[in-house]
Design a protein around this ligand. Structure first.
Ligand code: ADP
Ligand code: MG
Length: 219
């Protein structure tokens, strides 16, 4: 896989540019931080990168094919941890994770078993049967992370995945993201947490919808 190539990307609402002039390549095997203050455009950029939003200008390609597929449904190769979680309230934690696999053609029994393992990795083994509307903010966030990790997608886009987590759990989540990168995925983490940035291989900072500097660390 050649990675995700962002070329001249802008996203405008009405006449207001939310994101502008983004040129970036996200390489397989690298854990990349996208930082910036609230409102700097991180969520919008991740949404465009992953094919949820159509870029107003420019293109985003995954192995040469645009991630925007004309519908707002991301390609199967892309997994998201959304800032708003996007879990189904009436389903259990296990079902929320399992559906991500079933949607990719995994048989229900195997999907449920793999969902259990993914929840256990995030210390949620005891809560698999719990309806997500009964979970705390931090537990919901971990279910959303489990749902994204369980599919082992070539591209993993995580939007502030540790905002509700204590430092120990945050460290565990970063290890799981690192493992995805080590297995060859593109992993991008939007964050405003400097400790998360420090755990990444590469850092791109945004201000007012634009990249302001790029720091590459040797790996
Ligand atoms: P971040 O994730 O860094 O907090 P966002 O990408 O959510 O930033 O938002 C960047 C800016 O664009 C914010 O000022 C936000 O209010 C605005 N914005 C994002 N999406 C829309 C939209 N659909 N319509 C109008 N404004 C938007
Ligand atoms: Mg955001």
């Amino acid at each position: 896989m050649s990675g995700v190539v962002v070329t001249g990307v802008g996203y405008t609402v009405g006449r207001r540019p939310i994101v502008a002039d983004i040129d970036l390549t996200f390489e397989p095997g690298r854990l990349v931080a996208l930082s910036g203050a609230s409102g700097s455009g991180k969520t919008t950029l991740l949404s465009v990168v992953g094919g949820l939003l159509e870029p107003t200008t420019g293109t985003v390609t995954l192995d040469g094919t645009p991630t925007w597929r004309g519908t707002g449904d991301p390609p199967a190769e892309v997994a998201f941890v959304l800032q708003v979680y996007g879990l189904v309230p009436i389903l259990s934690a296990r079902e929320n994770v399992s559906v991500a696999l079933r949607a990719r053609g995994v048989k229900p029994g195997e999907a449920d078993a793999r969902a259990e393992e993914a929840l256990a990795d995030l210390h949620l083994a005891d809560l698999g049967g719990r309806q997500v509307e009964e979970l705390s903010g931090g537990q919901l966030q971990r279910v959303a992370i489990a749902r994204a990790l369980v599919v082992h997608a070539p591209v993993l886009l995580a939007d502030e995945p540790s905002s509700e987590l204590d430092p120990t759990t945050r460290g565990q989540v970063m290890r799981l993201l690192r493992a995805e990168a080590d297995a060859g995925s593109v992993v991008v983490v939007a964050t405003h947490d400097p400790e998360v940035v420090d755990l990444c291989d590469e850092h791109h900072a945004m201000t007012d919808g634009r990249l302001v500097r790029a720091r590459h660390r040797a790996v």
